[in-house]
Design a protein around this ligand. Structure first.
Ligand code: 4AD
Ligand code: MG
Length: 430
């Protein structure tokens, strides 16, 4: 009977067939231990020379690391470890005998591993990261649907900038001149809320980031959410609800994967509690007290973000930033004309900025003024201004960087391991 490794507990005492790859092999004389993986998990198959026909034992001796195989065996419980199963091997078919595998058990440097990313993905930690990434996507989708959001998606080729003109990737676009790869689908889902009320997109976005940090990619995945009739305060509640849902979902569904990554899950559990809110002004004051030399009007640097949440068990919303350092579409704070109704969510444990969001300017004249002031081409934004001409409503939204979320939940140091094939300023291969 064909089955998957994750279902083996249902087959104790029975003979099964597993199709997968050989992860590792250890032999001690007439006994061989074959570690097998099939994408759903990992299992040890034990082959005993004296119990196997000669031709099968020869295959056991021959099979190399990462060969694709079909293994038959009887399922038994591990004699000592609870919840772990083993196979007593009865047959081994080599589907393809792998050549000498370049990634050995020894330590490799990050450059070598990135150059072999297509193979590195098979290792246990990278597998765990991929599974958790998938779980985070599922959790976000689930939560948003529970909150009546509809997935609508937005284009990748765009005529204009969403997040400033300095990080745009231009692409020649037939007779129409230059297109830009989307930096965020936000402006488009702002249009769609007038159709479906609440919506989101989830897809790749692009930023020509010159910075080489552990948090920046040039291509990353973003989920932008947008909701009609939601104002600043409720916007933060939706974000907090989503992030806490993601934590709980991963703790429940990814126990094994978090263990492989040696993630301190107690810290994640503690982060599932009411988040802290600080205004930008309070944040600057607190950072100065903590020793940062950041001044009012400056963006938070990486060190500031780390410092800010260092002694906090929960993520911190930094809200109401000076309008001059935030995007043109943010709504001015009626209580403070110098500030906008926005917030960045800063994660604990050095996770940095996870989410950027805001209430949007819904008055056509104020918005046009901001567009002109930013030096943006008015003509490109006519459709966006239309949204304020025909049934404008107060509305808010936010964007979460998927790889930032994966990095925080997994505790992995570098964001390049949080996406299957990372694109950074210095990497386009494989
Ligand atoms: O803060 P950002 O720039 O916000 C926007 O793009 C809004 N239009 C979103 C919205 O309101 N719908 O980006 C959102 C998030 C950041 O908080 C961060 O998590 C992630 O995207 N991010 C990056 N992740 C990886 N590499 C980069 N270069 C990133 N730049 C932003
Ligand atoms: Mg931001």
């Amino acid at each position: 009977m064909n089955t998957f490794i994750k279902n083996l507990s249902d087959f104790v005492g029975q003979e099964v067939i597993i199709k997968g790859w050989l992860y590792n092999k250890r032999s001690s004389g007439p006994i061989a231990f074959l570690e097998l993986r099939d994408g759903t998990g990992w299992i040890q198959a034990i082959a005993a020379k004296k119990e196997l026909p000669v031709e099968i034992w020869l295959e056991v001796e021959k099979v190399s690391q990462e060969s694709s195989v079909e293994i038959s065996g009887k399922v038994s419980k591990h004699p000592k470890k609870e919840g772990i199963y083993e196979l007593q091997l009865t047959n081994l078919k080599i589907i393809q005998l792998a050549e000498n595998y370049p990634i050995a058990k020894k330590e490799h440097g990050p450059d070598f591993l990135m150059e072999n990313r297509h193979l590195w993905l098979r290792s246990r930690k990278q597998w765990a990261i991929l599974i958790i990434r998938d779980a985070i996507i599922t959790a976000i989708n689930e939560y948003l649907h529970q909150q009546n959001f509809v997935r609508v998606d937005s284009p990748v080729f765009t005529p204009n900038a969403c997040e400033g003109t300095t990080t745009l990737f231009p692409v020649p676009y037939f007779d129409l001149g230059t297109a830009y790869l989307s930096q965020s689908g936000q402006l488009y889902i702002e249009a769609a809320i007038a159709s479906v009320g609440r919506c989101y997109d989830f897809g790749p976005v692009f930023r020509a980031e010159k910075s080489k940090t552990k948090r920046h990619l040039t291509e990353f995945w973003m989920m932008d959410a947008e909701a009609a009739f939601v104002e600043h305060d409720e916007n933060l509640k939706i974000q907090e609800g989503m992030v806490r849902y993601v934590i709980r979902y991963c703790l429940e569904h990814c126990r094994e994967e978090l263990e492989i990554l040696e993630r301190d899950v107690e810290k994640l559990k503690k982060a599932d509690a009411p988040f802290i809110r600080l205004t930008y002004e309070q944040t600057i004051k607190r950072l100065n007290e903590l020793g940062s030399d950041i001044k009012y009007g400056e963006d938070l640097g990486n060190d500031d973000e780390v410092m800010l949440t260092k002694n906090s068990e929960v993520p911190i919303f930094v809200e109401k930033w000076p309008k001059d350092i935030k995007a043109f579409y943010m709504k001015i704070d009626p209580q403070n004309p110098k500030a906008v109704l926005c917030a960045d969510l800063i994660a604990t444990e050095g996770g940095g900025e996870l989410i950027g969001g805001s209430q949007r300017e819904d008055n056509v004249d104020f918005l046009l003024e901001r567009i002109k002031k930013e030096g943006l081409n008015e003509k490109d934004y006519q459709w966006y201004l239309d949204l304020r001409r025909y049934g404008s409503v107060p509305h808010s939204g936010f964007g979460i960087g998927l790889e930032r979320a994966v990095r925080w939940i997994t505790g992995v140091e570098h964001v390049r391991e949080c996406i299957p094939f990372p694109r950074t300023i210095g990497r386009l291969y494989p």
